[in-house]
Design a protein around this ligand. Structure first.
Ligand code: CA
Ligand code: CA
Ligand code: CA
Ligand code: CA
Length: 311
């Protein structure tokens, strides 16, 4: 897919992005048991899904002025006969610290099959809203915002790659963009283990162990190439020419668990994937035939082979 729409600014805010994965805070803080928190969160989320519905009737028969925003409400009173969310969501299990965690997602509208989905490692362009289960919104962006699908909390990234993007857009006379109204629209319900768990981003009001909801419109996506070289004075950006989502050596759709030289830096961030001192960009496809080079013919391409014989 060719990038048609470039977002000039990356809005990077800890309010939303997974900035702190450190579970050893060193301040006497005693972290709660992961399995115990997961059980509580899952019960809370399931209760929410049983007792709430969304405006599915509006999505099914949209009026001319419908804004295509998901609205949740309680099943009660005039709405006592609505179909609960629990019957409309899909659940997915992801491990967090070896404990299986379930997240639930709702596709309120999926784009047509001809509209592609992003992959983990690509940059997505979305509108989003983050809230707690009580409905209070802690973060939102109604204007298009772009970020890496791996730059957000795990469960949110895993959900975003399930939504199809828009087929395109028109440019208004004032230069603003009007997206074709066929983009994917959905929401995800995350246990805290797939969100911020014990380490909400500093400077935000998000409490520890908060299950979260993210609503999203998937507008567009494009490739990223994010490799770095670590130096004593900081990290230097050194893209290796391989898009991040393609640095998925084991082919499981997730570039986070591929670290060929086992130095703790996954290949999509590591400018020297095999740790042999030669940057990936100088071993990947030196002869330029579009196929990764394999000098010693052992089936392992040079950039992933620390003992390849070059020259
Ligand atoms: Ca790369
Ligand atoms: Ca992988
Ligand atoms: Ca590495
Ligand atoms: Ca190398």
């Amino acid at each position: 897919m060719k990038l048609k729409y470039l977002v000039p600014v990356f809005i990077v805010a800890c309010a939303f992005f997974a900035c702190n994965n450190d579970d050893d805070r060193g301040d006497g803080f005693e972290e709660r048991d992961v399995a115990e928190v997961e059980a509580e969160d899952d019960a809370e989320i399931q209760l929410y899904l049983q007792t709430h519905f969304y405006n599915y009737e509006e999505f099914a028969s949209p009026s001319a002025d419908f804004d295509y925003k998901i609205v949740f409400d309680t099943i009660a009173g005039d709405n006592a006969n609505k179909t609960p969310l629990i019957e409309q969501v899909t659940d997915t299990v992801v491990d967090f610290r070896d404990v299986p965690h379930t997240f639930y997602y709702l596709i309120a509208r999926q784009g047509p099959k001809t509209n592609p989905k992003p992959q983990l490692g690509q940059q997505v362009l979305v509108r989003y809203e983050g809230s707690y289960l009580d409905g209070e919104v802690f973060d939102e962006s109604n204007v298009e915002t772009s970020f890496s699908s791996l730059g957000v909390v795990v469960g949110y990234g895993d959900f975003l790659v399930k939504l199809r993007s828009a087929s395109g857009f028109d440019e208004n006379v004032d230069g603003t963009i009007k997206w074709n109204n066929d983009y994917g629209i959905g929401a995800v319900f995350l246990p805290s283990g797939l969100a911020y768990f014990s380490s909400p981003p500093p400077g935000t009001q998000i409490p520890t162990y908060s299950p979260l909801i993210f609503k999203s419109d998937m507008l567009q996506f494009n490739d990223l190439d994010q490799d770095i070289i670590q130096t004593a004075s900081g990290n230097i950006s050194s893209p290796d020419g391989i898009p991040s989502h393609m640095e998925d050596v084991d082919g499981n759709g997730d570039p986070r668990d591929d670290d060929t030289d086992e130095d703790g830096i996954p290949n999509y961030f590591d400018a020297d994937d095999d740790g042999d001192g030669i940057l990936t960009e100088f071993e990947y496809d030196v002869d330029g035939d579009g196929i990764p080079d394999d000098s010693d013919g052992d089936g392992v391409p040079d950039y992933l082979d620390p003992d390849n014989q070059i020259g």
